[in-house]
Design a protein. Sequence first.
Length: 153
Amino acid sequence: MNQYKISIMPYSPEFAEQTVAMWRDSKEQAIGQKEMHSVENHIYFLNHILPEQFQIDVAFIEETVVGMIAYNDSEISQLYIHIDYQGCGIGQTLLNKAKAQSSGRLTLYTFEVNDKAQRFYEKHGFEVIGRGHENEENLPDIQYEWIRQNDNF
């Protein structure tokens, strides 16, 4: 499944441009919408707003940012994988780290149009608990929840 050597590191602003470029490409492919915020605003959000409530980790293959996750002990705010590296185990690696550091329960939202994300989360033990959260993209979304079962991810 994973022929790549993936390394996970805490996010640092030196990775901002690569991380935001990967994030924007992945999101656009997933929902079919261009990002509404400028690259500069997106970098500001990543460097200053997101870290106030979330741990941010970045996945690398060699020197290339191939994924990112923003999470705390009860919520995953962001999880994006480089479009050229989806299906290689990067998302599972990042998700497992968030699960291991969680309180035993995680919630997240994904867009209803993102079938890949729905299959991914459901495969990894998340269940639908709600629909219709408001978002700036004005797209219907789904709220998921994962609850630890017997110390298993």
